[in-house]
Design a protein around this ligand. Structure first.
Ligand code: HPA
Length: 270
């Protein structure tokens, strides 16, 4: 893993990728955030040594280097999911590359189902904490101390300082935001009504199929994380409707503009 990360980092450095302020992972339907990045370089995943290649429709696969305001950002346009068959080490490989290119801060976004009865479709949720229910762990196996320690502190998985700043910006922009706990399951099925109920009983506000592995790996390397979700459907008793990937994409896209504005402002000011 170490050698692969170094090889990929060297390749990207030769292409001109250098010390980004932020690494950004653009989730389901949120690829539009890329319109706010002044793109300097965009490389398809299949040209990058050791990179997995995204297989999901609507998750286009490009690594983007550019700027937002005067901040340098590196972004994954299209992420890798456990349900595609990748190991969690593969899913999180790009986060390792972000870190060794020099990024200390990570912004992750996703689409998810809301189980908190206060939530509505289209809400933006700041992730305050997470519960890993993917039946695997990206740090399972031998630990390489060059990345981080064996037992990783997770007392603040999502940076309180980043959350406070994000909320401040939302207030300034007059955009309502929710906050809550994100629980990850493996997918690719959406939840049954009984599973949504379980998610709620476990103490989460939202459920999805990503993000947690990337944040775990970022924390392994001492990065600071901000997680932003779009609630694209509801897993609330009495309100559960048919869900589809297309409906999730449409709902995420509809909220995309608001999230873009917030993330753009956040990156500029943080
Ligand atoms: N469950 C899991 N993943 C999701 C959902 C959901 O309801 N919506 C969007 N991604």
């Amino acid at each position: 893993m170490w050698n692969k990360v170094q090889e990929t980092v060297s390749y990207l450095q030769q292409k001109g990728f250098s010390k980004p302020d932020f690494g950004i992972i653009l989730g389901s339907g949120l690829g539009g955030l890329v319109d706010d990045i002044t793109v300097e370089l965009s490389i398809p995943y299949d040209e990058i040594p050791n990179f997995p290649v995204s297989t999901v429709k609507g998750h286009s696969g490009n690594l983007i280097l550019g700027t937002i305001a005067d901040k340098k950002v590196i972004a994954l346009q299209g992420r890798f999911h456990y349900y595609e068959g990748w190991s969690l080490q593969e899913v999180t490989f790009p986060v390792r590359v972000f870190k060794f290119l020099g990024a200390e801060k990570l912004i992750v976004s996703n689409a998810c189902g809301g189980v908190n009865p206060q939530f509505k479709v289209g809400d933006v949720m700041i992730i305050t904490d997470h519960i890993n229910m993917i039946p695997d762990h990206p740090l399972r196996g031998e630990n390489d101390e060059r990345f981080g320690s064996r037992f990783v502190d997770m007392h603040e998985p999502y940076s309180l300082k980043m959350i406070t700043k994000f909320k401040e910006i939302a207030k300034q922009q007059n955009i309502a935001v929710q906050q809550g706990i994100y629980l990850s399951l493996s997918g690719p099925t959406f939840e049954t009504p009984a599973e949504y109920k379980m998610v709620k009983l476990m103490g989460a506000d939202a459920v999805g199929m990503s993000t947690v592995p990337e944040v775990i790996v970022a924390k392994h390397m001492g990065m600071h994380c901000l997680g932003i979700s779009v609630i694209t459907d509801l897993g609330i008793e009495g309100m559960i409707e048919e869900v589809s990937h297309e409906a999730v994409q449409i709902a995420a896209k509809a909220t995309g503009k608001r999230i873009s504005l917030l993330v753009q402002q956040f990156v500029a000011e943080y």
